[in-house]
Design a binder for this molecule. Structure first.
Ligand code: GLU
Length: 469
């Protein structure tokens, strides 16, 4: 029997969930769900100074909003907890002891200044900076003496000499590292906090994680983590390192590129399906370009389709998926989605018409506000193109329009009268009308827009342009 797939998302609660770590969570979720496996959430808060409870709550809320429910982890429980690293200190301690007893770890008393100096010397000598091994040869008595003096110390992992390490990365293929290129590294800080590399590896093993998809910024940590696990006789997951999301200038996606947190995107009105469908395709190939549920994304997911080329973020793509997601909502759902933005502007008897007329024009609720203002507030803002059209239209056209209005409020009657009186049709007829009544040449069908406007607005907007002739 093959072991069921178990993946994990292991965020550090030092900020709100952003697109980069959301995508990591999503790929892990999809990989697990594809085969009916388990998706686990572990909170890597061992860096207590940077971790904050508010971010933990916000991460969990955002994951749930996206539909990325975890099967094991905080609030949900499970056999392999606790799931917050700050609650696992006693577990890490036993493994420190095991390494110390096997002489595979040692206390290091080097100060920050000494380490900086050593790195500087190595650089001058043209060597890659790494720990020089100063404390590697302290005898137990020497170490005890320093401890007795109260000198702060870290614990370092003693690397095996001249070992070559290979592993197959799920995304990047075969990888090879030499232990000679890695210095003995810190596994416990002088504050007693475990290092990321140590607890992350131990937890994956104890929580029986089979696959760990994570950002390629962790690739160089992998050989160190494999060595820790090897030394402790613990199993390692299969790692897959995905390329980081970059902006249009190829640098990692950040606020500078207009990137927002999941929370901000949600507050702006993006739907969870838009984010999951776009992110699932950013670095993973799906042959079909239709909107998928999470279950469908999972069914069609394969780690062999994870690409190794740059994952370039494109806001237009997100907007595209948002427009597709919106087509799935009923008019009533669209109204709910819009209410905060336009509830105060759109009259009750116009809700239904407003939604059915404008839903296809929208990406976000804020776009609806512009249309609501155009339809229901007196000061119409004109686009430059609309103004150009209005300026080029003779006064006689608007005079004819004003007369046609008197013929009746019905759009068809109005139009046929105007056609007759002005002698115009096609673009020459529609463009000035659109410009005058809507303020823009783009947008919904004029016949239905007519129904949205009050009679008073129709009159005042058409009459107002007689002066341009
Ligand atoms: N806490 C790490 C991070 O947020 C997790 C890395 C991993 O997935 O192994 O980057």
């Amino acid at each position: 029997m093959t072991t069921p797939v178990k993946t994990r998302f292991a965020p550090s609660p030092t900020g709100h969930l952003h697109l980069g770590n959301m995508r990591t969570a999503l790929f892990n979720y999809l990989l697990a769900k594809k085969s009916g496996g388990i998706f686990l959430l572990r909170i890597e808060d061992s860096d207590e100074q940077r971790s904050e409870l508010i971010y933990l709550d916000s991460l969990m809320q955002d994951l749930r909003w996206l539909g990325l429910e975890w099967d094991e982890g905080p609030e949900v429980g499970g056999q392999k907890g606790p799931y917050l690293q700050t609650d696992r200190s006693a577990i890490y301690e036993t493994f420190y002891q095991q390494l110390l007893e096997a002489n595979q770890a040692y206390p290091c008393f080097c100060t920050a200044e000494q380490l900086a100096m050593s790195r500087k010397m190595q650089r001058i000598a043209g060597q890659a900076p790494r720990y020089a091994g100063t404390c590697a040869h302290l005898s137990p008595d020497q170490a005890a003496e320093k401890k007795a003096k109260g000198l702060p110390f870290t614990l370092r992992f003693r690397l095996p000499k001249k070992q070559s390490l290979r592993f197959d990365d799920l995304v990047k293929g075969p990888q090879q590292f030499q232990t000679e290129d890695i210095g003995d590294f810190i596994i416990k800080r002088s504050t007693d906090a475990p290092s990321f590399m140590f607890c992350n590896a131990i937890d994956d093993a104890l929580m029986e994680v089979t696959h760990a998809i994570r950002g390629e910024d962790h690739l160089t940590n992998t050989p160190r983590q494999l060595l820790i696990l090897q030394a402790l006789g613990l199993p390692a997951p299969q790692y897959g390192h995905i390329t980081l999301i970059v902006g249009s200038d190829n640098s990692p996606l950040s606020k500078r590129h207009g990137s927002k947190s999941i929370r901000q995107l949600r507050e702006m009105g993006f739907l969870p399906e838009s984010l999951t469908n776009y992110m699932a395709r950013l670095g993973h190939y799906y042959p079909e370009n239709q909107l998928y549920s999470l279950a469908q994304l999972a069914e069609n997911f394969s780690d062999t389709q994870l690409g190794n080329s740059a994952a370039r973020y494109d806001e237009q793509q997100l907007n595209y998926w948002q427009k597709v997601s919106l087509t799935r909502l009923s008019d009533a759902q669209i109204w709910t989605w819009l209410t905060l933005e336009v509830g105060d502007i759109v009259p009750t008897d116009k809700h239904a018409l407003f939604v059915s007329l404008l839903r296809s024009e929208l990406v976000l609720p804020k776009d609806a506000r512009i249309w609501a203002q155009r339809a229901f507030t007196p000061d119409l803002a004109y686009t430059d193109e609309a103004l150009d059209v209005l300026k080029a239209t003779p006064t006689s056209f608007f005079e004819a329009a004003t007369i046609a209005l008197k013929a009746g409020t019905d759009y068809a009657v109005f139009m046929s009268t105007l056609k007759e009186k002005s002698g115009l049709n096609g673009k020459a007829l529609f463009q000035p009308l659109r410009a005058a009544l809507m303020g823009t040449l783009q947008g919904p069908e004029l016949a239905r827009w007519w129904g949205l406007l009050s009679e008073q607005y129709r009159i005042s907007r058409l009459a107002g342009f007689q002066k341009f002739g």
